[in-house]
Write a protein that binds this ligand. Structure first.
Ligand SMILES: *[C@@H]1O[C@H](CO)[C@@H](O)[C@H](O)[C@H]1NC(C)=O
Ligand SMILES: *[C@@H]1O[C@H](CO)[C@@H](O)[C@H](O)[C@H]1NC(C)=O
Ligand SMILES: *[C@@H]1O[C@H](CO)[C@@H](O)[C@H](O)[C@H]1NC(C)=O
Ligand SMILES: *[C@@H]1O[C@H](CO)[C@@H](O)[C@H](O)[C@H]1NC(C)=O
Ligand SMILES: *[C@@H]1O[C@H](CO)[C@@H](O)[C@H](O)[C@H]1NC(C)=O
Ligand SMILES: *[C@@H]1O[C@H](CO)[C@@H](O)[C@H](O)[C@H]1NC(C)=O
Length: 863
């Protein structure tokens, strides 16, 4: 920063704000064809540095920002001048001279040879840059193409320039002549083309690499929707193209692009651009294109609309951070990429070299006088120049004490980027290798030097070994700065992160410290067209909008998305199911009537056990009173058989509960089919016996011989064995099996028994129905036969109950699923068994236990 100036203390010159009053100037000429304009530039003052040597290095460097037609009010004449002398540019020039001096001091580098230089200031203008090249080649003030006035002069190669705009045309000329060139700032990807520019090298990397890093930074912060402000020229166009390419690789969309025309004065329409920026939703804007003052000085018009927008500066802006000073309010808080070099120039020797620089010691150095005029406000001996500076920059100048030092200026405190030093040093090391190691003695050198540059392994004591890559670029890491510009114009100097291209993709970008954001609440700015889709949702493109703008729609049933912003939902496997948020597949619930945690099971179990016990008690009663008439009259053994089968059917409920497996599925059918057919056939047998007994009471009836136990047993045996055969056939052909039903009910797996064969199932039921119907009809006919212990009406009633239960059960069975089907089955079994039990045995128990007077033979006989 500025040191205290004894005399001119009133003159505050901010490092960045120095040249604000200079209007924009731009050639307006296609930069690739500048040579025909040489005449125009003739009049411009030359800033020339020359030191003769055995081997010369040419230099074209930007130390003034640009050239401008200045009209002087006092003479009404117009002159084209180099304006805006710039500290950093001059520092690069000093680095150049220092590097040459160092080389000459080193006895091992180029022994018995001196290295010289011939440097011109290109003033940031391609035409002047081209003229400078020709001037250096011909060795005269007036350039003579393809003619060297200085016969012995031996130019090895060129260093320069800072901007792509000036570097591309001189690279084209130097390629024609076969001279090697090392640029210290041109980032245009065009220059990486080894066919077009075989002799071109640079100590920076091309924009491609920088935009790659920029894309990674955007995706690190989740920014997918950005604006771009670029320059409306060829390099702006090219940069926009490659920027768009790298952004789209990272899935970033461009909301708007503003091209600032830097050709004509004040062409910017603040309203037009202001409306675009104000209407934009992104909080992040990338600045690309030519980093020039003519660009930057137009930005403050947009100050209001850019208040809330965080700017990101690509590294060609970070390289030229002096332009940042022209719009401090806008660039405050911006993120800037700056290449990282591992070479340290801050030696005491360098400091001594800088301390020595003073206009009084170098009277022929025009530029240092300009710098002192500009930044120390020192009057020059040249009266015209004083007038000029007062007129152009409005500076107040005064006599200086001679104590002012260049080391008090911002770019001369501490270290500068070693880009120029590196370029000169590499060239002299390559010369050393060519001349003293490979013993190359053929003149001129120029056609060969690029071969040595290409393979040269550059090494110093302070830095790592380095080699140009196959495109002639210096591959460096990038440091990311969060520019906080103090009101006095100081920049903070601590990087907040780094980008290392050689690391693995997930470790390339490291943000190591806290970032101050331009937002009010200091939150990370938002740069998204649509909100992120949470897990459970997927992106649905909006018709006609860019890919970064989308709606979020929930995943459809059975599908999940487990990441933010998923493109599509994933279907869960068959046995799994989405959780409530649809962000994860979870195992489906298994549905079956379990013993442990199902109220229905407990109730069913309770009822079946209760009835089982009741049946047991009834059986006990019947056994105890088995010799009483009422028990004997109604075919004792059939009653016992009936009770046992009812008991079994109550127990069979257990088979329907719990997780079904193949064996229980089969057992269910067998027990259910067989116990019920035994029960119903014993009822049928009883009815038949009633009929036969009635017929047999008639004296001499042939029915008498049927009255024995044989008939009833045969009926039971015959009827049940048919059912057994049906069951066995079914089991043999297509047995029931356990089935997992994943489709019927979403979210649950129904574990159930598949009957295997519907025909089997309905045959069993149908046969039982047939038996029941026959016994119902017979019992109905026999209900009024005179017999004091005639059971027929009870059997009629029980069969009616039985049939109605099973008839109602069938539609219920068909219309329910899973657990409910099992419940229906259990209900049917329980009610029909209980019905049989109640209607057949309860009246008898009543008589046996409560009306024993009726249960005697006399009562039987009396009726
Ligand atoms: C500068 O002024 C001269 C004389 O008026 C004119 O010929 C020249 O074209 C101007 N140059 C630019 C770049 O405007
Ligand atoms: C440099 O010159 C000296 C004296 O002329 C000579 O002795 C020495 O060999 C030369 N060195 C080289 C590397 O040519
Ligand atoms: C340059 O001049 C040399 C001789 O001085 C000649 O051989 C060469 O062809 C010329 N090149 C061009 C491009 O005119
Ligand atoms: C600077 O010094 C010269 C000679 O010493 C003197 O003529 C001139 O007036 C001084 N200028 C200022 C601005 O002090
Ligand atoms: C930049 O921001 C810092 C931190 O808020 C503030 O102190 C400084 O004054 C700002 N600079 C300018 C030039 O507004
Ligand atoms: C998302 O789900 C997929 C497939 O189920 C799985 O491979 C991946 O690890 C999950 N990711 C996260 C972040 O859970």
């Amino acid at each position: 920063m500025l040191g205290p100036t004894a005399v001119c203390s009133s003159v505050k010159v901010l490092i960045y704000l120095a040249i604000l009053c200079v209007g924009p100037y731009r050639s307006g000429v296609h930069p690739l064809n500048p040579a025909c304009h040489l005449q125009i530039i003739k009049a411009v003052k030359e800033y020339e540095y020359m030191k003769e040597g055995d081997i010369m290095i040419g230099g074209v460097m930007t130390s003034h920002f640009h050239m401008k037609n200045v009209t002087f009010p006092w003479s009404k004449s117009t002159r084209l001048l180099c304006v805006s002398p710039n500290q950093q540019g001059y520092r690069y020039l000093v680095d150049f001279r220092y590097a040459v001096e160092q080389t000459n001091k080193d006895p091992a580098r180029l022994p018995n040879l001196t290295l010289g230089y011939h440097i011109y200031d290109s003033c940031g203008d391609p035409r002047k840059a081209v003229r400078s090249i020709l001037q250096i080649l011909s060795g005269t003030r007036e350039p003579v193409p393809n003619y060297s006035c200085v016969g012995k002069r031996n130019i090895a190669g060129f260093i320069g320039d800072l901007t792509s705009e000036t570097t591309v045309p001189i690279a084209q000329i130097l390629t024609l002549y076969g001279y090697s060139q090392i640029s210290y700032g041109a980032t245009d990807p065009l220059l990486s083309d080894r066919v077009t520019f075989p002799y071109f090298f640079r100590t920076v990397q091309s924009d491609e690499a920088n935009y790659f890093a920029l894309g990674k930074l955007l995706s690190h912060f989740g920014w997918t929707w950005v604006g771009i402000i670029t320059s409306d020229d060829i390099s702006g166009e090219r940069e926009h193209h490659s920027l768009a390419k790298y952004l789209s690789r990272e899935g970033v969309c461009i909301e708007f692009t503003i091209k600032i025309n830097t050709n004509k004065e004040h062409t910017m329409k603040p309203n037009q651009y202001g409306i675009i920026i104000q209407g934009s939703s992104t909080g992040v804007i990338i600045i690309s294109g030519t980093a020039s003052t003519t660009f930057v000085i137009q930005l403050p018009i947009l100050n209001n609309v850019l208040q809330e927008k965080t700017l990101i500066l690509s590294s060609n802006w970070g390289n030229n951070n002096i332009v940042v000073g022209y719009a401090v309010d806008i660039f405050n808080y911006s993120l800037v990429f700056v290449p990282r070099y591992h070479y340290d120039l801050g030696t005491p020797e360098m400091s001594r070299f800088l301390e020595d620089l003073h206009p009084s010691k170098f009277p022929e150095d025009e530029l240092i006088e300009d710098i002192f005029l500009m930044f120390h406000s020192c009057l020059s001996k040249d009266k015209n120049k004083n007038e000029l500076y007062k007129y152009i920059y409005g500076n107040t100048l005064c006599n200086c004490t001679g104590q002012e030092r260049i080391t008090e200026l911002y770019y001369f405190i501490g270290t500068n980027s070693p880009r120029v030093h590196l370029a000169v040093d590499i060239m002299s090391q390559a010369l050393h290798e060519m001349l003293f190691i490979k013993d190359f003695i053929q003149y001129p050198y120029k056609y060969q030097l690029h071969r040595y540059l290409k393979k040269h392994q550059y090494s110093t004591q302070t830095g790592p070994t380095f080699l140009f890559d196959e495109h002639g670029e210096y591959i460096s890491g990038l440091r990311i700065y969060n520019y906080i510009i103090s009101a006095e114009g100081y920049l903070n100097q601590e990087p907040i992160g780094e980008f290392l291209p050689w690391e693995s993709p997930d470790q390339q970008l490291n943000i190591i410290s806290f970032i101050e954001w331009k937002t009010n609440t200091n939150e990370i700015p938002r740069a998204q067209c649509s909100d992120n889709c949470l897990p459970g949702f997927r992106k649905a493109p909006k018709p006609g909008a860019q890919s970064c703008c989308y709606d979020c729609v929930p995943c459809s049933e059975g599908e999940i998305s487990n990441t933010t912003d998923s493109e599509s939902c994933i279907r869960c496997p068959d046995v799994e199911w989405p959780n409530e948020e649809k962000s994860q597949c979870i195992a489906k619930m298994e549905e079956f009537l379990s013993y442990s945690d199902d109220v229905i099971s407990v109730i069913c179990l309770f009822i079946s056990v209760l009835f089982f016990l009741i049946t047991e008690v009834i059986l006990g009663v019947f056994i105890k009173y088995q010799d009483t008439p009422i028990v004997r009259a109604n075919n004792r053994s059939l009653s016992f058989l009936l009770l046992v089968s009812i008991k079994l059917s109550f127990l069979s409920v257990f088979l329907f509960l719990g997780r079904p497996v193949d064996i229980t599925c089969m057992l269910r059918i067998i027990t259910f089919g067989i116990t019920f057919s035994i029960a119903v056939s014993s009822l049928l047998a009883k009815t038949i016996m009633v009929c036969v007994a009635f017929k047999a009471t008639k004296p001499g009836s042939s029915w008498r011989k049927w009255l024995g136990v044989k008939l009833s047993n045969s009926v039971v045996l015959f009827c049940s064995s048919i059912q057994i055969i049906i069951c066995m056939t079914w089991l043999a052909i297509s047995p029931p099996f356990q089935e997992l039903d994943i489709h019927t009910s979403p979210g649950t797996i129904i574990i159930q028994c598949n009957e295997g064969s519907a025909i089997g199932f309905y045959s069993v039921i149908g046969y039982m129905g047939l038996l029941a119907a026959v016994s119902f009809v017979l019992a109905f006919l026999a209900r009024s036969l005179p017999d004091s212990f005639n059971e027929a009406k009870y059997i009629t009633f029980s069969m009616l109950l039985f049939c109605s239960v099973w008839i109602t059960m069938i539609p219920a069975y068909l219309s329910t699923k899973g657990k409910n089907t099992v419940c229906v089955e259990i209900f049917a079994i329980l009610t029909s068994s209980a019905g049989l039990l109640a209607s057949i045995f309860l009246p008898k128990c009543y008589t046996i236990l409560l009306r024993p007077e009726l249960n005697i033979k006399t009562s039987l006989l009396r009726n």
